[in-house]
Design a protein around this ligand. Sequence first.
Ligand code: C2E
Ligand code: MG
Ligand code: MG
Ligand code: MG
Length: 289
Amino acid sequence: AAKGGGRGQYRFYSRELQEGAKLRRQLEEDLRDALVKKELTMHYQPIVRASDYKLSGFEALIRWEHPERGFVSPEIFISCAEDIGMINQIGEWALFKVCEQASEWPVELRVAVNVSPTQFAGSDFVQMVQRALQKSGLAPERLELEITESVFAADENLTREIFRNLKELGVRLALDDFGTGYSSLSYLRNAPFDKIKIDQSFVRGSTDAGNNNSAIISAIVGLADALGLETVAEGTETKDELALVKKRGASHVQGYIFSRPIAHEEALDRLSKGQLIYEPRGPERYRAD
Ligand code: C2E
Ligand code: MG
Ligand code: MG
Ligand code: MG
């Protein structure tokens, strides 16, 4: 399918999905094949340090290029994978792929992988992480697992045990989309996070008058600082948003202002060329591509 039509097709697909159970079943069937047919890939989005825009690492984001429908958003197919019991398989594939690819980078940067709550609570998740590290040879401190507040909906004791075991492996933990779930502060009391990712809904439009986004960003950063955690302002698109999240003290920035998620080959190419400092780009640059 044509890359250029991806966005429109995805919107079309998502509207159709809301309309029909038949299409949903089709999606499920296609998803079962996608792994086998190698239609899934991992893309990588830079995360930069706010003080000097130095590359700190990449977030790995899964991509599905459907042969007829083009790009299908992970927002759609990840939840589908959860429903049909495929999330562990897809999550395992993603974890191994990311560890393997990151172990090939000429610069030893961090890589963040998203982990769905179902996968996290699965019986052998910790072992799976251990095997991925062993197989790839990736240093554990380079691997960061991004989880959302919804993991706390599961058995709290189990969740804490998984955290403990993961920290024993030496991997890092990031709390993703912070502020959008049931952000009970009690989650932060004992959980061994290294980083809080401020949800993009607070960042986008943070410069508009008449909302509390900027105050909320300040509060999250204040909390993270007090706990000794890094903060990432996700979804930063414009120069004004960048200026604001820096002023509010976010330690790291991620968003189209610096780069969209890119294919692994391109990430590798940039690293090989020593591109470690990013420049904020004008909004016209990313709106076009
Ligand atoms: P997330 O982990 O919060 O990822 C950030 C999302 O924001 C990504 O969308 C990224 O492409 C997008 N983004 C980054 N910067 C900007 C920006 O400046 N503007 C805008 N408009 N968007 C920006 P994506 O790749 O569509 O992924 C959506 C969600 O799907 C992710 O949210 C994550 O929850 C899930 N996901 C993606 N890859 C995986 C995966 O490998 N495994 C699992 N379990 N979930 C994944
Ligand atoms: Mg994430
Ligand atoms: Mg996020
Ligand atoms: Mg998200």
